[in-house]
Write a protein that binds this ligand. Structure first.
Ligand code: BYC
Ligand code: FE
Ligand code: FE
Length: 475
C-alpha cells in the first residue's frame, strides 16, 4: 500500500491512476493550485533553487528526499499512512464498529466542514508568510521558511484529496473555494481568527511556527483518531512533517534569546539591547503573548456542543485517545472549569463531551510550556533573571467565554479602562512592531552569515553545514 506511484502528474500512494475520474478532477485542480502558489506563495523566490525535503513515501525511514528544487516544481504529493487492518472505531457512540472507508450520509456535512476548516489553515499560513523571505536573517532560515511553506501546500493537497474523493461536486466546489479565500481579506477571509492575523516579521514567524503550528499538531492528533479512516490516515502522515515546523519555531525563538543574552552582556547586563540592535526580552514576551493567545482561540469555545457531536459520532477524538485513555465513551463523566458570565466568576461542572475543546486545549497548554522551559534555561545559564511565562488562558481571547473580557496575563479580571491603559505592557505595540521590522529591512543572503539579532543554529539541516547554500538566490 505504501508503494509510491510517480508516473502521474501527482505523486501518490493511493493508486490514483486506477480512478480516472478522480485523477482528472485533481489534475484539473492542480493548475489552479499552481496559480494560487505563484500569486500567494513566497514572493521573489519562485525561480530560486531551494534545498528542500520532499515527501516521497510513508516509510518511517526514508520517507523524505532532500535536493534542490524550484518551488513551483515541488512535487506536492498525496500520501496516506498505511491502513491498519481491521481498524475499529474506538471512541464515542459507535465503538467497535468497523471504521468508515466512505462518508456516512448522516455525517457528511460535519465531516466536510471539519476537513474544509483544517484545509483552510494550510494555504492561509502560506499567505501570511508570503513576504518574509525578503527580510530573512540567513539562507538557513530562508530555506526553513520555504520548507514550511511547501509542506503547508502539501497539507492543502491532503485535504483537497479527501474533498475530491469523498464529497463529489460539493467537495470539488470546496476545493476551489480553498484557493479563493485570502488571509486577512475582509471580503473573503480565511475561516479561523489566527489565520487572518498579520505575520510580518521573523519574531512573529517563529512564534507562529512554535504556537500556531502546535495547534495544528493537536488538531491533527484529534483527527488522526477519526473513525473516517481516510482522514485518520492522511492526518497521521501530516504529523510527520509537522515536527519540523515546530522545531523551526522553537529553535528560532531560542536563537533570538541567545543573541539577546549576548548583547545584554555587552551592554553591561542591561535589559535595553535595542541600542545594540537586539530584541529585548520584554518584547519577545509580548510576541509570545500574542501568538499563544491567538492560537488558544483555535481550539474553539470551552463549552461546545459541536465538539460533543464530533466525539459522539467518532469523527474527532482526543489526542492519543487510544493510548492515553481507558474509557472511550466519555459519558457520565464531567469536567470542571471556571465559568465567567455576566461579570460573575464561578466553578462549573459540565458533561465531559461538551468539554472536548478544553481537554485538547489542556494538552496544548502543557506541551507549549516545554519550549519556554528550554528558553528559560538559556537565560538561567547566562545568569539573567528574566523568565518567560505563558499568560493565563483567559488573557486576550476572542473566542469562548473569555472573549473580550479584560484580563491581565496573570488571569486577573480588571476594568476595561485599566486593560486599555496597560495593554502596551502585554501585547506588541505599533512601536514594537516598527522596531522589530526595522531590524529586518535588509535580507541576509550570504552563506553562513546571520543577521545581528539572531544567533546561528547549532547545526545545519540533514547533516549539511550551517554555511551551506540552502537557497541559490540570484540577486
Ligand atoms: N476563529 O463550537 P465552537 C493548522 C467558530 S491549525 C473563528 O466552540 P467548534 C496549521 C466555530 O467554527 C489546525 N471562528 O467550535 C497551523 C463555530 O462556528 P459555527 C486547524 C471560530 O466547532 C499552522 C463557532 O465558532 N485545524 O493545521 O467546537 C500552519 C462556535 O465554536 C474559531 C482545525 O481547526 C476561531 N478561532 O471547534 C498551518 C481542525 N473557533 O458552527 C496549519 C478542524 C471556533 O457557529 N476544526 N470558531 O458556524 C475543528 O475541529 C473545529 O472546527 C474547531 C472549532 C476546533 C476550529
Ligand atoms: Fe499544516
Ligand atoms: Fe505546519
Amino acid at each position: 500500500m505504501s508503494d509510491v506511484v510517480n508516473d502521474t502528474k501527482i505523486p501518490n500512494n493511493v493508486d490514483l491512476s486506477s480512478d480516472k475520474k478522480l485523477q482528472r478532477a485533481l489534475e484539473a485542480w492542480q493548475p489552479n493550485f499552481i496559480n494560487w502558489w505563484l500569486e500567494m506563495g513566497p514572493e521573489g523566490f519562485q525561480q530560486d533553487q531551494v534545498w528542500l525535503r520532499t515527501a516521497i513515501s510513508v516509510d518511517s525511514d526514508g520517507w523524505a528526499h532532500f535536493d534542490y528544487v524550484k518551488m513551483p516544481d515541488y512535487r506536492w504529493g498525496i500520501f496516506l499512512a498505511d491502513k491498519v487492518p481491521d481498524r475499529k472505531i474506538h471512541f464515542g457512540d459507535n465503538i467497535g464498529q468497523p471504521v468508515w472507508n466512505e462518508v456516512p450520509g448522516e455525517h457528511r456535512n460535519t465531516l466536510r466542514r471539519l476537513i474544509v476548516t483544517q484545509g483552510d489553515t494550510e494555504p492561509a499560513s502560506v499567505e501570511q508568510q508570503r513576504l518574509l523571505g525578503q527580510t530573512c536573517p540567513s539562507l538557513y532560515d530562508l530555506r526553513n521558511l520555504f520548507q514550511v511553506n511547501v509542506e503547508e501546500g502539501r497539507h492543502l493537497w491532503a485535504m483537497v484529496y479527501l474533498l475530491h474523493s469523498y464529497f463529489g461536486r460539493d467537495g470539488r466546489e470546496e476545493a476551489e473555494a480553498l484557493l479563493q479565500r485570502r488571509s486577512g481579506d475582509p471580503d473573503k477571509p480565511r475561516i479561523l481568527g489566527a489565520f487572518n492575523a498579520p505575520c510580518e516579521n521573523w519574531l512573529s514567524f517563529f512564534m507562529f511556527t512554535y504556537f500556531t503550528d502546535r495547534d495544528g499538531k493537536y488538531q491533527l492528533l484529534a483527527l488522526a483518531e477519526s473513525g473516517f479512516d481516510p482522514l485518520s490516515r492522511t492526518t497521521r502522515f501530516m504529523l510527520t512533517e509537522e515536527a519540523h515546523h515546530m522545531f523551526v519555531g522553537e529553535s528560532g525563538v531560542q536563537r533570538i534569546i541567545e543573541r539577546t543574552a549576548q548583547l545584554m552582556k555587552q551592554a553591561g547586563m542591561s535589559e535595553d539591547v535595542r541600542k545594540l540592535g537586539g530584541i529585548d526580552l520584554p518584547t519577545i514576551q509580548k510576541y509570545l503573548n500574542l501568538w499563544y493567545t491567538l492560537s488558544l482561540d483555535l481550539f474553539g469555545g470551552e463549552v461546545s456542543s459541536n465538539a460533543a457531536s464530533f466525539f459522539a459520532a467518532g469523527l474527532k477524538g482526543r489526542a492519543f485517545e487510544e493510548k492515553n485513555y481507558t474509557e472511550h465513551t466519555a459519558l457520565n463523566q464531567s469536567y470542571t472549569l471556571d465559568k465567567y458570565e455576566a461579570g460573575k466568576l464561578s466553578r462549573e461542572e459540565i458533561a465531559l463531551r461538551n468539554a472536548m475543546n478544553e481537554v485538547l486545549r489542556d494538552n496544548y497548554v502543557e506541551d507549549s510550556q516545554r519550549g519556554l522551559d528550554k528558553w528559560n534555561r538559556v537565560l538561567e545559564k547566562e545568569g539573567i533573571d528574566f523568565r518567560f511565562k505563558l499568560p493565563s488562558r483567559r488573557f486576550h481571547r476572542h473566542i469562548g467565554m473569555w472573549a473580550d473580557v479584560p484580563v491581565t496575563p496573570a488571569g486577573e479580571i480588571i476594568s476595561r479602562e485599566e486593560f486599555e491603559k496597560r495593554k502596551s505592557e502585554w501585547l506588541p505595540t505599533a512601536e514594537d512592531e516598527a522596531y522589530v521590522k526595522s531590524l529586518m529591512t535588509t535580507p541576509v543572503y550570504e552563506k553562513g552569515k546571520m543577521a545581528n539579532w539572531i544567533a546561528p543554529p547549532a547545526r545545519g539541516i540533514k547533516g549539511q553545514p550551517v554555511d551551506y547554500e540552502y537557497v541559490r538566490h540570484n540577486v
